[in-house]
Design a protein around this ligand. Sequence first.
Ligand code: AMP
Length: 551
Amino acid sequence: MGLMMQQPLLISSLLRHAERHHGEQLVVSRRVEGDIHRYTYRDMASRSRRMAKALGSLGMEPGVRVGTLAWNGYRHLELYYAVSGSGAVLHTLNPRLHPDQLVWIAENAQDKVLCFDLNFLPLIEAVAPRLPGIDAFVLMTDRAHMPAQTSIPNLLCYEDLMAAQDDVFEWPEFDECMASSLCYTSGTTGNPKGVLYSHRSTLLHTYASALPDALNLSARDTILPVVPMFHVNAWGLPYSACMVGAKLVLPGPALDGASLYALMEAEGVTLSAGVPTVWQGLLAHTQGKGLRFSSMNRTIIGGSACPPAMMEAFEDQYGVQVLHVWGMTELSPLGTVGVLKTEQLASTRDQQRAVRSKQGRALFGIDMKIIDAQGAELPWDGEASGDLLVRGPWVLSSYVNDEGDSPLVKSEGQDWFPTGDVATIDPAGFMNITDRSKDVIKSGGEWIGSIDLENIAMAHPDVAMAACIAARHPKWDERPLLVVVRKPGAELSREQLLGFYEGKIAKWWTPDDVVFIDALPMGATGKILKHQLRERFGDFLMQPAERPTVG
Ligand code: AMP
């Protein structure tokens, strides 16, 4: 045996470190109440201890699940540490889900306490009678903002609970493999499934995500996570910011381009993180007004493919470097980051950008491979595309309450998690997602990747959003159909857009048709709901003579 100290990897240690070594560092939040709130890691640590005591007084014990329904803000951050640090399980619920789904998830998770932001009061009032398992509802606000009347029995006030406690509290020590937090997958198919993280998986993910060739985080950064704390722990940033001592700027519910831009400039944000749809709003705002970013130098884009046109806009117009990341709820979430190696530094800027547009290289801790339909491993030649499998200490082994078969598959004697993504891997180890397996377009037995087709459409100056789906076809089985939202005022025609594909891809990949609509259906985590588009337009190509007119 080695002769080193045995200390469990616990989430509370991140907060202890931030308080002791970065106590003066700031956490700035745009509150749901409308104003800006500022305090230090020292304040946050003190309040987290008080909240741990308060929740303990409400019966929160190790293992108990505490739900949150909240935006990115300091009270939510306090709960991240107060709940997990006490040995209970923080269950972040996604407020963008349908109320029926929220009720289903809270029941499935057996939440006992539910803490929620002020603007969700009407929603919780509506669903509270259907949540008999919840013993305590806590409104995350102060006494002045408590409603005079509510149908929620014994509604508790977060700041009153806080005020009743002092901060003398020792974080308990326990096994690092205990559950720390819970997040349900976005549920684009079937019922959502619960992914239960542990302290150990979270800490290892935090270390790896901060590395220079990952998110490259430091004490000199000011980080604004737009990616919500209710979806895969905001890509781990509430943990990694404490680990490195970075300033945190939390945008609350104001995620429009103007509000984000104002906060970024006011707080000197150097790094932000979010899904492509959010950045579209930000870029539309800055481009429309001719604005510059005075401090932001990097932005992390993931959750769905970053269109190369977006990378170009950030880098060429604004000098903001784009980090393209890929991950999943089941991966805590980070798996790969598109950062160059030495061997690519001599290539042209366009070649480098082509590499950085891929989903990227595996972080240490994640292993990956691609397999064909028979389960045989495919070569890393950048050409062969197959089902992507991953394994590692922050990859899930089984879903919550899942009595069915294991989600893992055996490959060469080892357990792997099948991601449902279809990808190539090049000789340098860069993985490129060509599709979700269920989104792949199978034309005459050959695969057409929808992401490439969407990226080209998105590069057209008149296109605001584009999704490419497999539409049934009498001859080819399936053919690509492009569903497009034009930019306001643009008069782009079907022929102009299809002509834009010429020379950019193999001719037979060109979409068969274009449908213009006003808005694409978006899921609760900012991803386009392609199954809804398939339901609506799946037969669009079947009767060419009688095609419906849309848009
Ligand atoms: P979620 O669990 O909701 O985070 O969804 C995970 C899925 O989002 C992955 O399996 C991918 O299909 C997709 N995804 C995440 N990041 C990317 C990316 N950078 N490019 C393409 N797809 C992505």
